[in-house]
Design a protein around this ligand. Structure first.
Ligand code: AMP
Length: 180
């Protein structure tokens, strides 16, 4: 699948910025990966190979960096793409799910007809990074509320000390290309 050397190559293409957006956070900046055409193509080819024979019906991406990888993979696999967005962005009727942040709450939304009322649609969920897992768990709940099946959640990067991946794995299978 993907060996240690390839992982190091991809990880080196992601820039780490200390104290952004606030002190104590190491922000993983994927714009440097997107800006590196070999690294971006390598990543997308890996995901294409991993998921091409899995009979997936839809790819759902979480705003906003999940849109980049999710939509690119949808085009490669010839699959429909579903955006899961921050509140007030999707124009038609939506379902909402709220989740806790360190301070306060956040909400994400999905269009109620995102899976065209297909019963048990097989959905691959994508985001760039999993930290606490709160966003992804809310996204899985939205997918399930629409009677679809989140078959796996896929991330480029897992911040493993935060144990979000363990939490999320209570709801769906989890795959991360890289871990730090
Ligand atoms: P969480 O809900 O805690 O798993 O946070 C995941 C979301 O927050 C993802 O959409 C990430 O893009 C973003 N995020 C959280 N921590 C970081 C970080 N250290 N660097 C970059 N993005 C992050």
């Amino acid at each position: 699948m993907i060996n240690e050397q390839d992982k190091k190559y991809l990880l080196d293409s992601i820039r780490a910025i200390k104290d952004f957006p606030k002190e104590g956070i190491v922000f993983r900046d994927i714009t440097t990966l997107l800006n590196n055409k070999e690294a971006f193509s390598f990543l997308m080819n890996h995901l294409e190979q991993k998921y091409k024979d899995k009979n997936i019906d839809y790819i759902a991406g979480i705003e906003s960096r999940g849109f980049i990888f999710g939509a690119a993979l949808s085009a490669k696999l010839n699959l429909p793409f579903v955006p899961i967005r921050k509140p007030g962005k999707l124009p038609s009727k939506c379902l909402q799910e709220s989740y806790s942040l360190e301070y306060g709450q956040d909400t994400i939304e999905i269009h109620i007809d995102a899976f065209n009322n297909t019963q048990n649609a097989k959905v691959l969920l994508i985001d760039d990074l999993i930290a606490t897992g709160g966003t992804a768990i809310a996204a899985v709940k939205l997918i399930q509320k629409l009677k679809a099946n989140c078959f796996e959640a896929c991330f480029l990067l897992n911040l493993k000390d935060l144990q979000g991946s363990e939490e999320l794995s209570k709801f769906t299978s989890v795959y991360s290309v890289l871990e730090v």
